[in-house]
Design a protein around this ligand. Structure first.
Ligand SMILES: [Mn+2]
Length: 200
């Protein structure tokens, strides 16, 4: 569990699976770079750093970190992503399955084809869940979560799809700011995610 998304750098290094894929659930692209960001917000560059696009020397200072190639990355649940992020994702081959695609077509008609593509590149994946991928009316994870996110039930369904085709080497729950969640709804959601990992 971590308060932000950049803990992913250490987790990718720590897992040391080779090759390692990444499935990144997030309302945001997290694919800004120092060249494209207008805010300078470090947390908006987490996945771009994992992919080796930026902060290369800083990331290399994290034990055992190696960048994950774009084609081994699947981004899921975006609903606040900029054109420059999408362009960079496209350029390095990151697959994108947006929140609106999932909300309109359902999990079974949207996610599995991306997961199949990913499973052609890698067997082991690190699953990163920025809790703001969830609809804030279900779980309000932090101060940046836009409306029209995914339900907790949809997340459970998606984790089952991943587990059916890939080995989940690690799971992180990120970007939780408890001040936004006075009823502690995140705890119930996260325990449902962990149950999926324990299912046979
Ligand atoms: Mn994030």
């Amino acid at each position: 569990m971590s308060g932000n998304c950049n803990a992913a750098i250490g987790i990718v290094g720590g897992l040391r699976a080779n090759p390692l894929g990444v499935v990144w659930f997030d309302a945001h692209g997290d694919f800004k770079t120092p060249e494209t960001t207008t805010s300078g917000f470090f947390d908006g560059m987490g996945l771009a750093t994992v992919a080796g696009l930026c902060w290369k020397n800083l990331a290399a200072s994290v034990a055992d970190f190696a960048p994950v190639p774009g084609e081994s990355i699947l981004h899921v649940g975006s609903r606040d992503v900029s054109e420059d992020e999408l362009a960079n994702m496209r350029q390095v081959g990151v697959q994108v399955c947006t929140a609106s695609e999932i909300r309109s077509n359902g999990v079974s008609a949207s996610l599995p084809r991306h997961v199949r593509n990913l499973a052609e590149c890698v067997a082991d994946v690190y699953v990163h869940v920025d809790l703001d991928v969830i609809n804030p009316s279900d779980v309000h994870a932090n101060g940046f979560s836009p409306p029209e996110g995914l339900s907790v039930g949809t997340m459970v369904e998606m984790l089952r799809v991943l587990k059916a085709s890939l080995q989940i080497a690690g799971l992180s729950i990120a970007s939780y700011d408890p001040i936004w969640d006075p009823e502690s709804r995140a705890a119930g959601a996260v325990s449902r995610f962990l149950q999926v990992l324990n299912e046979r």
